[in-house]
Design a binder for this molecule. Structure first.
Ligand code: SAH
Ligand code: SF4
Ligand code: F3S
Length: 463
Protein backbone atom coordinates (compact mmCIF):
# COMPACT_ATOMS: atom_id res chain seq x y z
CA UNK A 1 0.00 0.00 0.00
CA UNK A 2 3.01 2.27 -0.12
CA UNK A 3 2.18 5.50 -1.89
CA UNK A 4 5.05 7.53 -3.22
CA UNK A 5 5.47 11.23 -2.66
CA UNK A 6 2.11 12.92 -2.92
CA UNK A 7 1.81 16.68 -3.27
CA UNK A 8 -1.27 18.05 -1.58
CA UNK A 9 -4.06 20.08 -3.23
CA UNK A 10 -3.79 23.81 -2.73
CA UNK A 11 -5.89 26.97 -2.80
CA UNK A 12 -4.50 30.44 -3.61
CA UNK A 13 -3.05 32.20 -0.53
CA UNK A 14 -4.27 35.66 0.54
CA UNK A 15 -1.38 38.20 0.61
CA UNK A 16 -1.06 38.38 4.43
CA UNK A 17 -1.48 34.67 5.22
CA UNK A 18 1.35 32.38 6.26
CA UNK A 19 2.26 29.63 3.85
CA UNK A 20 2.60 25.96 4.76
CA UNK A 21 4.11 23.35 2.46
CA UNK A 22 3.55 19.68 3.35
CA UNK A 23 5.18 16.72 1.66
CA UNK A 24 3.94 13.21 2.45
CA UNK A 25 5.98 10.04 2.20
CA UNK A 26 4.91 6.47 2.85
CA UNK A 27 1.38 5.21 3.20
CA UNK A 28 -2.06 6.71 2.66
CA UNK A 29 -2.40 7.38 6.38
CA UNK A 30 0.35 9.94 6.06
CA UNK A 31 -1.59 11.61 3.23
CA UNK A 32 -4.63 11.75 5.49
CA UNK A 33 -2.56 13.05 8.42
CA UNK A 34 -0.96 15.72 6.22
CA UNK A 35 -4.40 17.00 5.26
CA UNK A 36 -5.45 17.04 8.90
CA UNK A 37 -2.33 19.01 9.84
CA UNK A 38 -3.21 21.57 7.16
CA UNK A 39 -6.78 21.70 8.56
CA UNK A 40 -5.40 22.25 12.10
CA UNK A 41 -3.27 25.14 10.85
CA UNK A 42 -5.98 26.86 8.76
CA UNK A 43 -7.54 28.70 11.75
CA UNK A 44 -4.01 29.97 12.56
CA UNK A 45 -3.90 31.75 9.19
CA UNK A 46 -1.86 29.14 7.32
CA UNK A 47 -2.64 28.46 3.67
CA UNK A 48 -1.24 25.42 1.91
CA UNK A 49 1.11 25.94 -1.03
CA UNK A 50 2.41 23.40 -3.54
CA UNK A 51 6.09 24.49 -3.54
CA UNK A 52 8.46 24.86 -0.58
CA UNK A 53 10.44 27.86 -1.90
CA UNK A 54 8.28 30.54 -0.34
CA UNK A 55 6.82 28.63 2.58
CA UNK A 56 6.91 29.97 6.16
CA UNK A 57 6.44 26.42 7.43
CA UNK A 58 7.68 23.23 5.78
CA UNK A 59 6.38 19.90 7.08
CA UNK A 60 7.86 16.60 5.97
CA UNK A 61 5.48 13.79 6.93
CA UNK A 62 7.79 10.82 6.96
CA UNK A 63 7.89 7.02 6.65
CA UNK A 64 10.16 4.64 8.56
CA UNK A 65 9.04 1.35 7.03
CA UNK A 66 12.25 0.54 5.11
CA UNK A 67 15.75 1.93 5.48
CA UNK A 68 15.64 3.65 2.09
CA UNK A 69 12.39 5.46 2.93
CA UNK A 70 13.81 6.62 6.24
CA UNK A 71 17.17 7.79 4.91
CA UNK A 72 15.50 9.72 2.08
CA UNK A 73 14.19 12.15 4.70
CA UNK A 74 17.67 13.35 5.59
CA UNK A 75 18.54 14.17 1.98
CA UNK A 76 15.17 15.91 1.70
CA UNK A 77 15.94 17.90 4.85
CA UNK A 78 19.23 18.98 3.28
CA UNK A 79 17.27 20.53 0.38
CA UNK A 80 14.86 22.24 2.77
CA UNK A 81 17.79 23.70 4.67
CA UNK A 82 19.01 25.39 1.48
CA UNK A 83 15.58 27.01 1.11
CA UNK A 84 15.58 28.04 4.78
CA UNK A 85 19.03 29.63 4.48
CA UNK A 86 18.12 31.47 1.26
CA UNK A 87 14.96 32.89 2.83
CA UNK A 88 16.85 33.87 5.99
CA UNK A 89 19.21 36.01 3.85
CA UNK A 90 16.13 37.88 2.61
CA UNK A 91 14.98 38.34 6.25
CA UNK A 92 12.25 35.67 6.17
CA UNK A 93 12.00 32.88 8.69
CA UNK A 94 11.16 29.32 7.67
CA UNK A 95 10.18 26.71 10.27
CA UNK A 96 10.92 23.10 9.40
CA UNK A 97 8.89 20.34 11.04
CA UNK A 98 9.46 16.60 10.73
CA UNK A 99 6.26 14.63 11.36
CA UNK A 100 5.25 11.00 10.92
CA UNK A 101 6.97 7.71 11.62
CA UNK A 102 10.62 8.79 11.31
CA UNK A 103 9.84 11.54 13.81
CA UNK A 104 8.41 8.94 16.20
CA UNK A 105 11.27 6.50 15.74
CA UNK A 106 14.23 8.88 15.73
CA UNK A 107 13.03 11.82 17.85
CA UNK A 108 15.98 13.87 19.16
CA UNK A 109 18.37 12.17 16.73
CA UNK A 110 16.78 14.17 13.89
CA UNK A 111 17.76 17.46 15.55
CA UNK A 112 21.29 16.13 15.97
CA UNK A 113 21.59 15.12 12.32
CA UNK A 114 19.94 18.25 10.89
CA UNK A 115 20.10 21.40 13.02
CA UNK A 116 17.80 23.32 10.64
CA UNK A 117 14.85 21.32 12.02
CA UNK A 118 12.66 23.29 14.46
CA UNK A 119 10.08 20.69 15.39
CA UNK A 120 9.86 16.89 15.54
CA UNK A 121 6.32 15.69 15.99
CA UNK A 122 5.05 12.09 16.16
CA UNK A 123 1.87 10.75 14.50
CA UNK A 124 -0.06 10.83 17.78
CA UNK A 125 0.87 14.41 18.66
CA UNK A 126 0.18 16.41 15.50
CA UNK A 127 -3.02 17.96 16.88
CA UNK A 128 -0.64 19.97 19.10
CA UNK A 129 1.04 21.51 16.07
CA UNK A 130 -0.33 25.07 16.51
CA UNK A 131 0.81 25.15 20.18
CA UNK A 132 4.18 23.62 19.42
CA UNK A 133 4.83 26.16 16.66
CA UNK A 134 4.19 28.97 19.15
CA UNK A 135 6.58 27.37 21.64
CA UNK A 136 9.15 26.85 18.94
CA UNK A 137 9.00 30.56 17.98
CA UNK A 138 10.02 31.43 21.57
CA UNK A 139 12.89 28.94 21.78
CA UNK A 140 16.29 28.73 20.20
CA UNK A 141 16.49 24.93 20.27
CA UNK A 142 14.31 22.46 18.38
CA UNK A 143 11.30 20.86 20.05
CA UNK A 144 10.49 17.13 20.10
CA UNK A 145 6.98 15.81 20.84
CA UNK A 146 6.71 12.07 20.35
CA UNK A 147 4.33 11.38 23.23
CA UNK A 148 1.32 9.13 22.95
CA UNK A 149 -0.97 11.60 24.75
CA UNK A 150 -3.99 10.46 26.74
CA UNK A 151 -6.32 12.84 24.91
CA UNK A 152 -7.92 11.63 21.68
CA UNK A 153 -6.18 13.44 18.84
CA UNK A 154 -9.25 13.03 16.62
CA UNK A 155 -11.37 15.08 19.03
CA UNK A 156 -8.99 18.02 18.65
CA UNK A 157 -8.87 18.06 14.84
CA UNK A 158 -10.61 20.74 12.82
CA UNK A 159 -12.98 20.09 9.91
CA UNK A 160 -11.67 21.20 6.52
CA UNK A 161 -13.58 23.99 4.73
CA UNK A 162 -15.88 22.91 1.88
CA UNK A 163 -13.54 24.79 -0.49
CA UNK A 164 -10.58 22.75 0.78
CA UNK A 165 -12.47 19.44 0.45
CA UNK A 166 -13.37 20.34 -3.15
CA UNK A 167 -9.74 21.21 -3.92
CA UNK A 168 -8.73 17.75 -2.68
CA UNK A 169 -11.12 15.97 -5.04
CA UNK A 170 -14.06 13.58 -5.05
CA UNK A 171 -12.27 10.72 -3.32
CA UNK A 172 -11.02 10.91 0.24
CA UNK A 173 -9.22 8.90 2.90
CA UNK A 174 -10.61 8.66 6.43
CA UNK A 175 -8.62 7.02 9.22
CA UNK A 176 -10.88 4.77 11.31
CA UNK A 177 -8.28 2.66 13.11
CA UNK A 178 -4.67 3.32 13.96
CA UNK A 179 -1.76 1.37 15.35
CA UNK A 180 -0.97 -2.31 15.48
CA UNK A 181 -0.67 -5.05 18.10
CA UNK A 182 0.41 -7.77 15.67
CA UNK A 183 4.19 -7.27 15.90
CA UNK A 184 5.25 -8.95 12.67
CA UNK A 185 8.96 -9.48 13.25
CA UNK A 186 10.04 -7.23 10.35
CA UNK A 187 7.79 -4.25 11.01
CA UNK A 188 8.26 -0.89 12.75
CA UNK A 189 4.60 0.14 12.68
CA UNK A 190 3.65 -1.12 16.19
CA UNK A 191 6.47 1.10 17.53
CA UNK A 192 5.82 4.17 15.39
CA UNK A 193 2.02 4.21 15.43
CA UNK A 194 1.49 2.62 18.83
CA UNK A 195 -1.19 0.20 20.04
CA UNK A 196 -4.33 -0.50 18.05
CA UNK A 197 -7.18 1.90 18.63
CA UNK A 198 -10.43 2.63 16.78
CA UNK A 199 -12.42 5.84 16.42
CA UNK A 200 -16.09 5.82 17.39
CA UNK A 201 -18.73 5.17 14.74
CA UNK A 202 -20.38 8.57 15.29
CA UNK A 203 -17.09 10.47 14.87
CA UNK A 204 -16.39 8.70 11.58
CA UNK A 205 -19.93 9.09 10.25
CA UNK A 206 -19.79 12.80 11.05
CA UNK A 207 -16.47 13.23 9.24
CA UNK A 208 -17.82 11.39 6.19
CA UNK A 209 -20.96 13.57 6.21
CA UNK A 210 -18.82 16.71 6.09
CA UNK A 211 -16.84 15.28 3.16
CA UNK A 212 -19.93 14.09 1.29
CA UNK A 213 -21.68 17.45 1.70
CA UNK A 214 -18.69 19.10 0.00
CA UNK A 215 -18.77 16.69 -2.95
CA UNK A 216 -16.78 13.60 -1.92
CA UNK A 217 -18.25 10.48 -3.56
CA UNK A 218 -15.78 7.78 -2.54
CA UNK A 219 -14.24 7.20 0.86
CA UNK A 220 -11.38 4.80 1.61
CA UNK A 221 -11.29 3.85 5.27
CA UNK A 222 -7.74 3.60 6.56
CA UNK A 223 -6.08 1.66 9.32
CA UNK A 224 -2.88 -0.31 9.79
CA UNK A 225 -5.28 -3.18 10.58
CA UNK A 226 -8.45 -1.63 9.28
CA UNK A 227 -10.44 -4.87 9.41
CA UNK A 228 -9.58 -5.15 13.11
CA UNK A 229 -11.76 -2.03 13.55
CA UNK A 230 -13.80 -2.21 16.77
CA UNK A 231 -15.12 1.30 17.44
CA UNK A 232 -17.88 2.17 19.87
CA UNK A 233 -21.37 2.47 18.36
CA UNK A 234 -24.21 4.83 19.41
CA UNK A 235 -25.34 2.30 22.05
CA UNK A 236 -21.91 2.00 23.64
CA UNK A 237 -21.32 -1.44 22.15
CA UNK A 238 -18.31 -2.24 19.94
CA UNK A 239 -18.93 -2.37 16.19
CA UNK A 240 -16.92 -4.13 13.48
CA UNK A 241 -15.91 -2.82 10.09
CA UNK A 242 -18.92 -4.43 8.36
CA UNK A 243 -21.29 -2.52 10.71
CA UNK A 244 -19.41 0.70 10.03
CA UNK A 245 -19.75 0.17 6.28
CA UNK A 246 -23.51 -0.29 6.66
CA UNK A 247 -23.77 3.07 8.46
CA UNK A 248 -21.56 4.86 5.95
CA UNK A 249 -23.52 3.45 3.01
CA UNK A 250 -26.49 5.50 4.31
CA UNK A 251 -24.62 8.83 4.19
CA UNK A 252 -26.19 10.85 1.33
CA UNK A 253 -23.74 11.36 -1.55
CA UNK A 254 -21.42 8.48 -0.66
CA UNK A 255 -21.40 6.13 -3.64
CA UNK A 256 -18.28 4.05 -3.09
CA UNK A 257 -16.55 2.62 -0.04
CA UNK A 258 -13.11 1.05 0.11
CA UNK A 259 -10.69 0.08 2.88
CA UNK A 260 -7.05 -0.68 3.52
CA UNK A 261 -4.99 -2.35 4.88
CA UNK A 262 -6.35 -5.61 6.23
CA UNK A 263 -4.75 -8.48 8.10
CA UNK A 264 -5.80 -12.05 7.19
CA UNK A 265 -6.52 -12.94 10.83
CA UNK A 266 -9.12 -10.16 11.12
CA UNK A 267 -10.99 -11.07 7.93
CA UNK A 268 -14.27 -12.04 9.62
CA UNK A 269 -17.39 -13.52 8.06
CA UNK A 270 -19.40 -10.30 8.56
CA UNK A 271 -16.92 -8.36 6.42
CA UNK A 272 -16.88 -11.09 3.77
CA UNK A 273 -20.68 -10.96 3.69
CA UNK A 274 -20.62 -7.17 3.40
CA UNK A 275 -18.78 -7.70 0.10
CA UNK A 276 -21.76 -9.79 -1.02
CA UNK A 277 -24.52 -7.54 0.32
CA UNK A 278 -23.40 -3.91 0.17
CA UNK A 279 -23.38 -2.43 -3.34
CA UNK A 280 -21.35 0.59 -2.14
CA UNK A 281 -18.51 -1.63 -0.94
CA UNK A 282 -16.24 -1.92 -3.96
CA UNK A 283 -15.08 -5.36 -5.15
CA UNK A 284 -11.44 -4.86 -4.26
CA UNK A 285 -9.51 -6.36 -1.36
CA UNK A 286 -5.94 -5.52 -0.37
CA UNK A 287 -4.89 -8.38 1.91
CA UNK A 288 -1.14 -8.62 2.53
CA UNK A 289 0.21 -12.16 2.98
CA UNK A 290 3.99 -11.40 2.79
CA UNK A 291 5.10 -14.96 1.94
CA UNK A 292 3.75 -18.30 0.69
CA UNK A 293 6.02 -20.35 2.95
CA UNK A 294 4.70 -21.44 6.36
CA UNK A 295 8.22 -21.57 7.74
CA UNK A 296 8.85 -17.95 6.78
CA UNK A 297 5.37 -16.86 7.89
CA UNK A 298 6.20 -18.35 11.29
CA UNK A 299 9.53 -16.51 11.46
CA UNK A 300 7.68 -13.35 10.46
CA UNK A 301 5.28 -13.90 13.40
CA UNK A 302 2.32 -13.61 11.05
CA UNK A 303 0.22 -16.15 13.02
CA UNK A 304 -1.41 -17.53 9.86
CA UNK A 305 -0.37 -20.16 7.32
CA UNK A 306 -0.43 -20.00 3.54
CA UNK A 307 -3.44 -22.32 3.49
CA UNK A 308 -5.29 -20.10 6.01
CA UNK A 309 -4.79 -17.29 3.52
CA UNK A 310 -5.99 -19.38 0.57
CA UNK A 311 -9.04 -20.41 2.57
CA UNK A 312 -9.95 -16.77 3.22
CA UNK A 313 -9.53 -15.96 -0.47
CA UNK A 314 -11.85 -18.86 -1.31
CA UNK A 315 -14.53 -17.56 1.07
CA UNK A 316 -14.19 -14.00 -0.20
CA UNK A 317 -14.52 -15.20 -3.80
CA UNK A 318 -17.56 -17.29 -2.91
CA UNK A 319 -19.22 -14.12 -1.54
CA UNK A 320 -18.08 -11.84 -4.35
CA UNK A 321 -16.80 -13.84 -7.34
CA UNK A 322 -15.56 -10.82 -9.32
CA UNK A 323 -13.50 -9.32 -6.46
CA UNK A 324 -10.06 -7.98 -7.43
CA UNK A 325 -7.31 -9.09 -5.06
CA UNK A 326 -4.15 -7.33 -4.05
CA UNK A 327 -1.35 -8.13 -1.60
CA UNK A 328 2.06 -7.22 -0.20
CA UNK A 329 5.11 -9.51 -0.35
CA UNK A 330 8.54 -9.38 1.23
CA UNK A 331 11.37 -11.33 -0.42
CA UNK A 332 14.72 -12.16 1.12
CA UNK A 333 13.47 -12.42 4.69
CA UNK A 334 16.23 -14.02 6.86
CA UNK A 335 16.33 -17.77 6.27
CA UNK A 336 14.28 -17.67 3.04
CA UNK A 337 15.45 -20.57 0.86
CA UNK A 338 14.78 -21.22 -2.82
CA UNK A 339 12.01 -23.60 -1.75
CA UNK A 340 10.39 -20.93 0.46
CA UNK A 341 10.51 -18.49 -2.42
CA UNK A 342 9.00 -21.11 -4.76
CA UNK A 343 6.14 -21.48 -2.27
CA UNK A 344 5.55 -17.72 -2.55
CA UNK A 345 5.45 -17.92 -6.35
CA UNK A 346 3.05 -20.88 -6.08
CA UNK A 347 0.72 -18.90 -3.83
CA UNK A 348 0.73 -16.03 -6.32
CA UNK A 349 -0.05 -18.47 -9.16
CA UNK A 350 -2.88 -20.02 -7.15
CA UNK A 351 -4.55 -16.72 -6.21
CA UNK A 352 -4.04 -14.56 -9.32
CA UNK A 353 -3.69 -10.94 -8.17
CA UNK A 354 -4.89 -7.75 -9.83
CA UNK A 355 -2.02 -5.83 -8.23
CA UNK A 356 0.81 -6.44 -5.78
CA UNK A 357 3.30 -4.38 -3.77
CA UNK A 358 6.58 -6.22 -3.26
CA UNK A 359 9.70 -5.32 -1.34
CA UNK A 360 13.15 -6.60 -0.51
CA UNK A 361 13.42 -7.23 3.22
CA UNK A 362 14.96 -4.30 5.06
CA UNK A 363 16.25 -4.98 8.59
CA UNK A 364 14.77 -2.30 10.84
CA UNK A 365 16.36 -1.28 14.14
CA UNK A 366 14.32 -2.30 17.17
CA UNK A 367 12.40 -5.10 15.41
CA UNK A 368 12.98 -8.79 16.28
CA UNK A 369 13.92 -9.48 12.64
CA UNK A 370 17.36 -7.90 13.08
CA UNK A 371 18.40 -10.75 15.38
CA UNK A 372 17.45 -13.53 12.97
CA UNK A 373 20.29 -15.57 11.44
CA UNK A 374 20.78 -16.55 7.78
CA UNK A 375 20.45 -13.19 6.09
CA UNK A 376 19.74 -13.49 2.37
CA UNK A 377 22.30 -11.79 0.13
CA UNK A 378 21.43 -8.64 -1.80
CA UNK A 379 22.04 -10.45 -5.10
CA UNK A 380 19.63 -13.26 -4.26
CA UNK A 381 16.98 -10.86 -2.89
CA UNK A 382 17.23 -8.73 -6.00
CA UNK A 383 16.85 -11.71 -8.32
CA UNK A 384 13.85 -13.01 -6.33
CA UNK A 385 12.18 -9.61 -6.36
CA UNK A 386 12.62 -9.34 -10.14
CA UNK A 387 11.15 -12.82 -10.65
CA UNK A 388 8.19 -12.12 -8.38
CA UNK A 389 7.54 -8.76 -10.00
CA UNK A 390 7.55 -10.20 -13.51
CA UNK A 391 4.97 -12.81 -12.44
CA UNK A 392 2.65 -10.28 -10.78
CA UNK A 393 3.05 -7.90 -13.72
CA UNK A 394 1.79 -10.66 -16.03
CA UNK A 395 -1.18 -11.18 -13.72
CA UNK A 396 -1.92 -7.46 -13.59
CA UNK A 397 -1.82 -7.16 -17.38
CA UNK A 398 -4.07 -10.22 -17.72
CA UNK A 399 -6.52 -8.73 -15.23
CA UNK A 400 -6.62 -5.47 -17.21
CA UNK A 401 -6.86 -7.32 -20.53
CA UNK A 402 -9.99 -9.10 -19.26
CA UNK A 403 -11.64 -5.69 -18.81
CA UNK A 404 -11.32 -4.80 -22.51
CA UNK A 405 -14.69 -5.09 -24.24
CA UNK A 406 -16.61 -4.87 -20.96
CA UNK A 407 -18.81 -2.01 -19.76
CA UNK A 408 -17.87 -0.71 -16.32
CA UNK A 409 -19.07 2.04 -14.03
CA UNK A 410 -16.32 4.62 -13.68
CA UNK A 411 -16.13 7.28 -10.99
CA UNK A 412 -14.51 10.28 -12.68
CA UNK A 413 -11.95 11.92 -10.42
CA UNK A 414 -9.80 14.32 -12.42
CA UNK A 415 -8.73 15.78 -15.72
CA UNK A 416 -6.99 13.32 -18.03
CA UNK A 417 -3.48 13.47 -19.38
CA UNK A 418 -4.58 15.40 -22.48
CA UNK A 419 -7.05 18.28 -22.91
CA UNK A 420 -10.56 16.93 -23.47
CA UNK A 421 -9.81 13.79 -21.44
CA UNK A 422 -11.02 12.88 -17.97
CA UNK A 423 -9.77 10.11 -15.71
CA UNK A 424 -11.40 7.85 -13.17
CA UNK A 425 -11.47 4.40 -11.62
CA UNK A 426 -13.40 1.20 -12.24
CA UNK A 427 -14.90 -0.62 -9.23
CA UNK A 428 -11.74 -2.78 -9.36
CA UNK A 429 -9.50 0.27 -8.89
CA UNK A 430 -8.21 0.31 -12.48
CA UNK A 431 -7.41 3.74 -13.88
CA UNK A 432 -9.49 4.64 -16.97
CA UNK A 433 -9.26 7.58 -19.40
CA UNK A 434 -12.07 8.71 -21.70
CA UNK A 435 -12.84 11.70 -23.90
CA UNK A 436 -15.30 13.75 -21.87
CA UNK A 437 -16.11 17.11 -20.29
CA UNK A 438 -14.69 18.03 -16.88
CA UNK A 439 -18.27 18.64 -15.70
CA UNK A 440 -18.47 14.82 -15.42
CA UNK A 441 -15.90 14.78 -12.58
CA UNK A 442 -17.70 13.44 -9.52
CA UNK A 443 -20.13 11.34 -11.60
CA UNK A 444 -20.25 7.59 -11.97
CA UNK A 445 -20.96 6.71 -15.61
CA UNK A 446 -20.96 3.55 -17.70
CA UNK A 447 -17.85 3.26 -19.86
CA UNK A 448 -17.04 0.77 -22.54
CA UNK A 449 -13.43 -0.32 -22.12
CA UNK A 450 -11.79 -0.17 -25.55
CA UNK A 451 -8.12 -0.90 -24.95
CA UNK A 452 -5.36 -1.30 -22.43
CA UNK A 453 -2.25 0.82 -21.86
CA UNK A 454 0.64 -0.18 -19.56
CA UNK A 455 -0.86 1.52 -16.49
CA UNK A 456 -4.44 2.31 -17.42
CA UNK A 457 -7.44 1.46 -19.58
CA UNK A 458 -8.87 3.58 -22.36
CA UNK A 459 -12.65 3.75 -22.62
CA UNK A 460 -15.60 5.40 -24.32
CA UNK A 461 -18.47 7.09 -22.48
CA UNK A 462 -21.73 5.33 -23.24
CA UNK A 463 -24.05 8.03 -21.99
N1 SAH B 1 -0.60 -3.47 7.87
C1 SAH B 1 0.13 -2.37 7.36
C2 SAH B 1 1.44 -2.69 6.79
C3 SAH B 1 2.23 -1.46 6.66
S1 SAH B 1 3.68 -1.70 5.93
C4 SAH B 1 -0.61 -1.51 6.43
O1 SAH B 1 -1.33 -0.63 6.87
O2 SAH B 1 -0.47 -1.64 5.21
C5 SAH B 1 3.26 -2.07 4.24
C6 SAH B 1 4.06 -3.19 3.72
O3 SAH B 1 5.44 -2.89 3.79
C7 SAH B 1 3.94 -4.49 4.50
O4 SAH B 1 2.78 -5.19 4.18
C8 SAH B 1 5.19 -5.21 4.11
O5 SAH B 1 4.99 -5.95 2.93
C9 SAH B 1 6.17 -4.08 3.83
N2 SAH B 1 7.18 -4.00 4.88
C10 SAH B 1 6.99 -3.71 6.18
N3 SAH B 1 8.16 -3.77 6.86
C11 SAH B 1 9.11 -4.10 5.95
C12 SAH B 1 10.51 -4.34 6.04
N4 SAH B 1 11.16 -4.26 7.19
N5 SAH B 1 11.18 -4.65 4.89
C13 SAH B 1 10.52 -4.76 3.72
N6 SAH B 1 9.21 -4.56 3.59
C14 SAH B 1 8.50 -4.24 4.69
FE1 SF4 C 1 3.27 -4.22 10.49
FE2 SF4 C 1 2.33 -6.69 10.72
FE3 SF4 C 1 1.16 -4.69 12.01
FE4 SF4 C 1 0.93 -4.80 9.33
S1 SF4 C 1 0.14 -6.33 10.80
S2 SF4 C 1 1.41 -3.00 10.57
S3 SF4 C 1 2.92 -5.66 8.77
S4 SF4 C 1 3.19 -5.45 12.40
FE1 F3S D 1 5.44 4.32 6.78
FE2 F3S D 1 4.44 4.86 9.11
FE3 F3S D 1 2.83 4.40 7.07
S1 F3S D 1 6.25 3.66 8.74
S2 F3S D 1 4.01 2.94 5.88
S3 F3S D 1 4.24 6.09 7.27
S4 F3S D 1 2.51 3.79 9.18
Amino acid sequence: MAADVIEAATVTPAPNSRRVYVKSFGCQMNVYDSNRMVDMLAPEGFVEVSQPDNADLIILNTCHIREQASEKIFSELGKMRVIKDARAKAGDHTSIAVAGCVAQAEGQEILRRQSAVDLVIGPQAYHRLPDLLKQSALKQRGIVDTEFPAEDKFHQLKDPSAEKVRARGVTSFVTVQEGCDKFCSFCVVPYTRGAESSRSVSQIVEEVRVLAAAGVREVTLLGQNVNGYHGIGEDGQPRGLADLFRDLACVPGIKRLRYMTSHPNDMDQALIEAHRDLPQLMPFLHLPVQSGSDRILHLMNRKHSASDYLDIIKRVRAARPDIALSSDFIVGFPGETDDDFEATLNLIQTVGFASVFSFKYSARPGTPGVNLPNAVSETVSKARLAKLQSLVEMQRQAFNAAAVGQTMDVLFEKRGRYPGQIGGKTPYLQAVHVEGPISMIGSILPVQIMSQEPNSLVGRLLA
